[in-house]
Design a protein around this ligand. Structure first.
Ligand code: NAD
Ligand code: ZN
Length: 257
């Protein structure tokens, strides 16, 4: 690691040391080192199926779209459950143990933060979770396994046992409205933190693209750790364009956590 990067690691550690209410914001990039590709990586499930073709509208309207979506879901869940949290997920747990973490906002649907040990009540899943199934009509939540079994046995448009509504993975699809409570909590936490740390997000989709700005406007410091540059790099106090796992691991070591 170069001297310049080492200096940035030390600067990030100093900001965390000084902070009392840290909000960590994560995107697909924190999970690529766990073997889950982001939208921009070649290979893997997202190159076989383009998730943007599976809009919410099509899911509702077309039995064929539902069938393809459920087949994709079966493949995706295999990949997600085989993945393991990496050092970046563990570093976020270390921040919580040090009493620094006010909230973890994630766009990820893979559940890896909770599996690493981040407390459930500190996690806001902005795009839902692939680990559960939900009825689109009554909201009843189902474990994934029994529904996946129905799908594997040929029911490619499974319906709710209670109300006969359409079942869908508990993720937010393209075109589906964002979850209200999660959105409000994220904005509120972003406004009230004193340090906002982005890890592995391109910060191009909303509301990801507004939260670092809100934090910064309200006086928080901003750290961005992302392999590629983002539109907010010029606003950040520290920008580290490197691997999330190695960088976060070094930051928490620097802090003695
Ligand atoms: P994105 O694909 O737009 O951007 C990911 C960013 O992470 C990129 O800018 C890339 O440079 C960076 N990155 C990739 N690997 C990295 C690494 N090892 N270390 C540091 N940076 C790394 O993802 P996004 O910003 O999360 O937004 C797109 C959408 O993708 C979100 O809605 C999210 O729900 C969905 N998604 C989630 C998962 C998941 O749950 N793991 C996987 C794929 C996509
Ligand atoms: Zn129902």
């Amino acid at each position: 690691m170069s001297e310049a990067v080492q200096a940035k690691i030390a600067a990030a550690a100093d900001l965390i040391e000084a902070a009392k209410r840290v909000v960590v914001f994560t995107g697909a990039g924190i999970s690529t080192e766990s073997g889950i590709p982001d939208f921009r990586s070649p290979g893997g499930i997202w190159s076989k199926f383009d998730p943007r073709e599976f809009t919410f509208q099509r899911f509702i309207e077309s039995e064929e779209a539902r069938a393809t979506t459920w087949k994709m879901g079966l493949e995706m869940i295999k990949m997600l459950t085989a993945a393991k949290p990496n050092p970046a997920h563990h570093a976020v747990v270390a921040l919580e143990k040090a009493g620094k973490l006010a909230c973890l906002i994630t766009q990820n649907i893979d559940g890896l933060h909770q599996r690493a040990g981040t407390s459930e009540d500190l996690v806001v899943e902005l795009h839902g979770t692939a680990l559960y199934i939900k009825c689109l009509d009554c909201g009843k939540r189902y474990e994934r396994e029994p529904i996946d079994k129905r799908v594997a046995d040929g029911d490619l448009s499974p319906r709710c046992d209670d109300c006969n509504g359409l079942l869908k993975s508990a993720t937010i699809s393209f075109g589906q409205s964002m979850p209200q409570a999660e959105m409000e909590r994220s904005y509120q936490q972003s406004e009230n933190c004193d340090l906002f740390i982005v890890i592995g997000s391109s910060l191009v989709v909303q509301p990801a693209a507004s939260m670092p700005l809100i934090a910064k406007r309200n006086g928080a410091a901003l750290i961005i750790i992302n392999r590629d540059p983002t539109q907010f790099d010029r606003l950040a106090d520290v920008v580290i364009n490197a691997s999330a796992g190695e960088t976060m691991d070094r930051i928490v070591s620097e802090l003695g956590l």
